[in-house]
Design a protein around this ligand. Structure first.
Ligand SMILES: [Zn+2]
Ligand SMILES: [Zn+2]
Ligand SMILES: [Zn+2]
Ligand SMILES: [Zn+2]
Length: 388
């Protein structure tokens, strides 16, 4: 009899648990995991926060403990808010691991890859110098991801864009092998590359060397280049796919690319004329003081000519003028940026766009720009960054 009662008692709770299962709160977890259902993976060292900021990292996905989910299982329970999060992350990582990239298929090897909201990155250099230290590929790509996303987030504000307003992520590829670069240019981007090749289409991309043409495997140079080029690619793919650099809007295309580069690094060093990255260093890439002087000295109207040129024909000082004029528009007419970009994409002339969105004719716009530069540009330039 006693035996029977004991058995009944030991059976009853189990039956109860079975029956009441649908009512168990999924957000329970257990004591062991602090009622969260999973714990942070500690296999990512100093890059743990950086991993959280990207959508996918090929290196993190190889973690034995978390497979890139950044959360490890709690052995004590199968519930809790992070338990669910971990499951979702695991299936997302699995999808990304299985997905391929065009260069990966072409070159028949697994390439380093980081995906962020706006970018799909690949850098093949094993290491690069950063200030007095070295960075490995993994650190460098996270640094590129962070800086490019910082520029993209400013860009999104300026152009009232969300990630879904872009035709696709911009693909940024930096190779150390000339052969890889050439193959990618010809087979994927459809043209002989030279030092670097930008592709403005539904799936925008750049293929470039990380070890030549002024970049010299230096993290700061390469990341700054990536930020500058990102802006060209985003300008072409946001809201409507069209490149304005081959229309009479070179000042907008080039001015913008320099603007975000300067905003993040306090120095401009990227010129998108072939083979030009090595030679050009207009006023050492620090342009406020230089432009203030230039505009004071040169009284002839600049915009009537500047607003007729394509990106490829701009002289080095016109790069700086374009940057400064874009700087003026950002500071004084930020709401005009998006409609102006869309206007240029649809072949509307500057004259018409200025009248409509700046409410001035070209001469009046130039007077306002010159007055603003004279008043606001400092007597001394800001110190440029020395590393990423
Ligand atoms: Zn638990
Ligand atoms: Zn990573
Ligand atoms: Zn891990
Ligand atoms: Zn450029």
């Amino acid at each position: 009899m006693i035996l029977f009662v004991a058995l009944a008692l030991s059976l009853c709770p189990q039956i109860d648990e079975e029956q009441s299962k649908p009512e168990i709160d999924i957000s329970l977890g257990c004591k062991k995991c602090g009622f969260m259902g999973a714990e942070d993976c500690n296999g990512h060292g100093k890059l743990f926060d950086a991993e959280h900021q990207v959508t996918y990292c090929w290196e993190a996905a190889q973690c034995k403990d978390c497979s890139g989910a950044l959360l490890v299982d709690c052995n004590g329970c199968e519930s809790g808010p992070l338990f669910l999060r971990r499951q979702q992350q695991l299936s997302k990582m699995e999808r990304f691991i299985k997905s391929t990239t065009e260069p990966g298929i072409l070159l028949e090897r697994k390439l380093p890859r980081i995906l962020t909201e706006h970018f799909d990155l690949c850098v093949t250099a094993k290491k690069m110098k950063n200030g007095s230290k070295n960075m490995d590929t993994h650190q460098l790509m996270h640094s590129m991801a962070t800086e490019c996303e910082a520029a993209a987030s400013l860009f999104d504000t300026h152009f009232e864009a969300q990630p879904f307003n872009y035709s696709n992520r911009a693909r940024l590829w930096y190779w150390t092998s000339e052969k890889d670069h050439q193959e990618v240019c010809v087979e994927i981007l459809g043209s002989n590359g030279g030092s670097d090749l930008k592709f403005y289409g539904v799936n925008p991309a750049v293929s470039s060397f990380s070890n030549g043409y002024g970049l010299s495997n230096d993290a700061l140079e390469v990341v700054r280049n990536a930020v500058h080029v990102s802006i060209h690619l985003m300008l072409s793919s946001v809201h409507q796919v069209s490149w304005i650099g081959n229309k009479k809007a070179g000042w907008f295309d080039v001015g913008a690319a320099h603007w975000y580069e300067d905003k993040l690094f306090a120095r401009v060093a990227t010129y998108c004329i072939d083979e030009a990255n090595s030679g050009l260093h207009y006023e050492n890439g620090q342009w406020r003081v230089a432009m203030k002087k230039y505009l004071r000295k040169n009284k002839t109207y600049i915009l009537p000519t500047l607003t007729q040129l394509t990106s490829g024909v701009l002289e080095e000082e016109q790069h700086a003028l374009a940057w400064s004029f874009y700087d003026y528009v950002v500071a004084n007419h930020p709401a005009a940026l998006k409609p102006m970009l869309l206007g240029y994409k649809n072949d509307v002339e500057s004259r018409v766009l200025f009248k409509k969105h700046l409410e001035m004719n070209i001469m009046q716009v130039e007077d306002a720009w010159r007055a603003w530069v004279a008043e606001t540009y400092p007597a001394k330039d800001i110190k440029p960054r020395k590393k990423v």
